[in-house]
Design a protein around this ligand. Structure first.
Ligand code: ZN
Ligand code: ZN
Length: 395
């Protein structure tokens, strides 16, 4: 038995997030996509928390459920602090085993001066290390995972306000951090080369701010969808595989300056310097550059490696094969019909056979899905906040 999990997303109570992110919608989209376990997200927000307490049911085994989908209590917290003479900004995913623990965490955060009824992703001014210690003090069953570790801002290893190693950030708490989230702009292969991450499970989630983006990255764990097996999954690395973006599709893959339309590979920047050749301002150094800075030649820690799939969201492939925008009625209806017919987006992209794909979505779509699986793609990498594009080589 295994389960598919998306544990980094947001509710409608987080800034810049869709008003459609309600529990019923999140559950029905998870079913359509084939996601077994979702984070509730944003448990720090009082209005959202009371909705969760009112609407989630508990199974005899203690799993939280809504509709056909399991949930764990999770949130993201932004730590903004000074350490080593520099200002640091680190986002952490936090998971709690039960509602009383959530209330304990929220009381602690309020005591630290955090404003919980604004952004569903609250900010605290204590270090990532101190926040970890305080949360584990409330319950040692809580789990903390640094979020999108490579993003220039808010990533634990990011080029702008991060650290050079996990233990520089978490110090004596490092052994209590079970896993790291790679973010959209990196994939496991890039992370295997980084000694600073040795010993930690590598997980991928969507960081969705809207329903269609849920599950765009996922982690498959061994066991049953619930807190207990998630805990074993993270702490004992029972990750079976991750489902990833092509890292080039992420919006911070290469170095660059978006305003000037300039993007560079790490090698080009090494040769010509880190300023934009058009305007002379500093470029935003992307994830690939940062990974190369912190990596050593040989891939590390073979035992921790897990297989992964690199995929392009079905809605993008449909938009391409139907020649319509991804938000058009034609594409949205085709998406829902195909997911329904073939057992969810994850299955469509990873396992459905060519005949079934062609029958449900036409020959061009079938061709596109197969080409992506074979990594027959054309790539325009993302940089400085601009998403990249990855297209199957068809036609
Ligand atoms: Zn974040
Ligand atoms: Zn520029």
């Amino acid at each position: 038995m295994s389960f598919t999990a998306d544990l980094h997303l947001h509710s409608r109570f987080a800034y810049a997030c869709s008003k459609d992110l309600t529990l019923p919608n999140m559950a029905s989209w998870a079913e359509m996509k084939g996601i077994d376990l979702l984070s509730t997200a944003d448990f720090t927000h009082p209005a959202w928390l009371s909705e969760l307490e009112g609407c989630l049911s508990q199974t005899p085994e203690g799993h939280l459920r809504y509709g056909g989908v399991s949930f764990v209590l999770g949130t993201e917290i932004s730590c903004v602090f000074k350490q080593g003479g520099r200002s640091r900004r680190v986002h952490l995913l936090v998971f709690a085993p039960d509602f009383p623990t959530v209330h304990g965490i929220n009381d602690m955060l309020t005591g630290l001066g955090a404003k919980l009824n604004g952004d569903g992703r609250p900010t605290v001014t204590v270090s990532a290390r101190d926040l970890t210690a305080r949360i584990l003090d409330i319950s040692p069953q809580c789990m903390l995972v640094p979020a999108h570790i490579w993003t220039p801002w808010y990533g634990m290893l990011g080029s702008k306000s991060g650290f050079d190693a996990l233990d520089e950030c978490f110090q004596d708490m490092t052994p209590h951090i079970p896993a790291v989230e790679t973010g959209l702009s990196s994939d496991p292969e890039m992370n295997w080369r980084v000694p600073a991450l040795a010993g930690k499970a590598i997980v991928s989630f969507s960081d969705a701010h809207s329903l269609p983006n849920m599950g765009r990255e996922l982690t498959v764990f061994a066991g049953e969808p619930g807190y207990r097996d998630l805990s074993a999954g993270l702490n004992k690395n029972r990750v079976e595989k991750t489902i990833e973006f092509f890292p080039e599709e992420g919006k911070y893959h290469l170095n660059g300056h978006r305003k000037c339309g300039v993007s560079q590979s790490p090698e080009e920047t090494d040769r010509s310097g880190s300023r934009c050749p058009e305007c002379g301002r500093p470029m935003t150094l992307g994830v690939l550059h940062r990974v190369e800075e912190l990596s050593e030649g040989e891939p590390v820690d073979e035992a921790l490696r897990r297989p992964y799939d690199s995929l392009v969201p079905l809605v993008e492939l449909l938009s391409l094969s139907l020649g319509r925008g991804r938000n058009t009625k034609t594409v949205v209806e085709a998406y829902q019909r195909i997911c329904h017919q073939l057992g969810g987006e994850v299955r469509v992209l990873t396992r459905a056979n060519r005949e079934d794909l062609a029958q449900a979505g036409g020959d061009t779509l079938a061709e596109a899905v197969i080409k992506i699986r074979e990594r027959q793609v054309q790539i325009a990498p993302g940089f400085d906040g601009q998403y990249g594009t990855v297209r199957p080589m068809i036609g």
